[in-house]
Design a protein around this ligand. Structure first.
Ligand code: ARG
Length: 585
């Protein structure tokens, strides 16, 4: 079963085009789109015009043949009025009222709003969050966490098997450096659990880095410590484990607060697979030696002198790079995890890195045709001043305090509005609003643009914000409470759409499936935010123009059902963004 009307139409029209013009049109895009203007119906097929050249026929005739070849069984006749042709061969389709009514009835009874799961469930990896051990998680990781989680939720909802992987930076030179430094200044940290707090660890890391950059001897010893660690030396290994645990505990607090499920599989996991990457690359003939390092010369990337850029996969000292690990990880994810779609959610600054890794894997013929690898990039988080997001003293803003501040501000607001409520109630509202605001502010932006982090904007009651959406839900639920309605017992066969605002709302409710599909395909969660925002506006128009509780009995039930489905859609939609709704606030 197709998962939306749009995908249903794509299949039907593709078939009709093949039936009309032959198999060579098997991959022809049927160009189905929702109509921009209601006077052209609800959906359009815009394929005819493009076909005229190849077929040497008038667009209107092409359109007529497509229509004639649509299998007009009951399934399509029940959904649409007979198709019409307009202008240069545009085929217009208008949904039947009876279909809208029957769909609403189905949505009302279903806990997933009658949205079917996909026929072929894929194994999909979403690589997201992925902070670095011994460093603080920063706002870039927060964006990755929020966007990655929402994409994973949506793919899971569709029925895919999603593996949520935290590709933590837990390997490499930085550990040799840190271990060497701690041996000098604070050996306890390397042998006793909990000897240092994360804040101190970050400080120590900074100091170690400084030494590393300035002191050649220190650098030498650090390199030796990395070799020791990579060779599995017991002391270095224990030290490394303690450092990782310390960071992990800290990261987990953020994940718990934001309710993020993730499986940690850091860079170190792929350590034993790194030599195979080199061996197999050598076998493909792509590997070259350049000043002692092993590399692959990239196509389409050049240095400032116009020479082809090498991707170094093994350094002169035998060490491996970030890219080598990503090559090993990619191979593992295809072979052992059997993933057919692999998504990497990181800042746009890593676009080059992923393009290079994918290019090498492709040229090595490692990526089978049925596997899709995609970098899902996002822009920077900026401060109110339009500059990179920093504290007043110029440090990176710690995530924990950022989330706490969002909650505190939401708490102040609820205190002033509802001082008489219980402490528990107020705290619950503050958390849902505060955290919801941070998530929604991020997700409602086109992810590729930079976005300005502003507590004032994200907590505003007006506009496309979490508080606005949460209120919309509370208001709809309030109608039920006011009328003391038991929604489960409403007669779903009673749905009759009579007025324009009801029909507009009903059609929008039916498009929820399309919004979800679009995010699953194109990976832009702001598409879902926009859908939900428009839903609340369409609901408001309906509610202003159509009495609900005061309506005649026949209209009342229909309208209550519209209210209920709107509430369910808001709840599910926000949930797919990782946001909890509140029944009251
Ligand atoms: N740890 C990296 C960073 O903080 C992100 C890792 C992204 N995932 C990957 N497979 N490279 O920038």
């Amino acid at each position: 079963m197709p998962t939306s009307i749009l995908s249903d139409l794509k299949i039907r029209f593709s078939k009709a085009i093949i039936a009309a013009f032959g198999d060579e049109y098997a991959n022809y895009d049927p160009a189905i789109a929702p109509s921009k203007d209601a006077k052209f119906g609800d959906y359009q097929c815009n394929a005819a015009l493009g076909l005229t050249k190849r077929l040497k026929q008038k667009p209107q005739d092409v359109a007529a043949q497509i229509i004639a070849n649509l299998i007009s069984d009951n399934s399509i006749n029940d959904i649409f009025e007979p198709p019409t042709i307009a202008g240069a061969g545009f085929i217009n389709l208008k949904l039947k009222l009876s279909y809208l009514e029957s769909q609403l009835a189905k949505m009302q009874k279903s806990d997933r709003l009658a949205i079917a799961t996909v026929e072929n469930s894929d194994r999909i990896i979403v690589d997201f969050s992925s902070p670095n051990i011994a460093k603080e998680m920063h706002v870039g990781h927060l964006r990755s966490t929020i966007i990655g989680d929402s994409i994973a939720r949506i793919l899971e909802f569709q029925g895919h098997q999603v593996l949520r992987l935290n590709h933590v930076g837990d390997w490499g030179t930085q550990f040799g450096m840190l271990i060497t430094y701690l041996r000098e200044v604070y050996p306890d940290a390397l042998t006793k659990a909990n000897a240092i707090a994360i804040g101190d660890l970050v400080e120590l890391y900074r100091a170690a880095k400084k030494r590393f950059d300035e002191d050649a001897d220190f650098k030498e010893i650090s390199r030796a410590a990395v070799v020791e660690l990579q060779a599995g030396g017991a002391e270095a290994k224990l030290a490394w484990q303690l450092l990782c645990e310390q960071s992990r505990r800290e990261f987990q607090k953020i994940y718990d607060t934001l309710e993020i499920q993730l499986e940690e599989r850091g860079e170190s996991f792929y350590n034993t697979f790194l030599p195979d990457v080199i061996t197999d690359l050598r076998a493909t003939g792509l590997l070259q030696e350049d000043q002692g390092a092993l590399c692959v010369f990239l196509e389409g990337f050049s240095n400032k002198d116009g020479q082809p850029l090498p991707l170094i996969v093994q350094k002169t000292d035998g060490g491996y790079n970030y890219a080598t690990t990503d090559l090993a990880a990619l191979r593992y994810r295809m072979s052992a995890d059997k993933a057919t779609r692999i998504l990497y959610v990181t800042d746009i600054g890593q676009a080059g890195h992923f393009a290079q890794v994918f290019q090498v894997a492709n040229r090595a013929n490692w990526i089978p045709e049925n596997v899709q690898v995609t970098h899902v990039p996002f822009g920077l988080v900026m401060g109110d001043d339009g500059k990179k997001f920093k504290t007043r003293s110029g440090d990176t803003v710690p995530l924990k305090s950022l989330l706490e501040e969002a909650i505190a501000r939401a708490r102040t607001d609820i205190e002033s509005r509802n001082p008489e409520e219980s402490d528990e109630f107020k705290q619950n509202v503050a958390e849902a609003v505060g955290l919801g605001a941070v998530k929604y502010a991020d997700l409602s932006q086109n992810r590729t643009s930079n976005y300005i982090f502003s507590f004032d904007k994200m907590l505003a009651l007006q506009g496309n914000t979490a508080p606005y959406m949460l209120y919309a839900y509370v208001r709809v639920k309030g109608i039920g409470r006011k009328g003391d309605i038991d929604f489960a017992s409403l007669d779903i066969d009673a749905v009759r759409l009579t007025t324009e605002p009801e029909i507009v709302l009903a059609k929008h409710l039916l498009q929820f499936a399309e919004a979800i599909e679009a995010v699953a395909e194109e990976l832009f969660p702001n598409r879902l935010c926009q859908y939900l925002f428009e839903l609340s506006q369409k609901f408001n128009q309906f509610f202003e123009q159509c009495p609900v509780l005061q309506a005649e009995e026949s209209e009342r039930v229909s309208r209550l059902i519209l209210c209920d489905i709107t509430a369910k859609t808001l709840k599910l939609g926000l949930n797919l963004l990782g946001i909890h709704v509140l029944e009251r606030m």
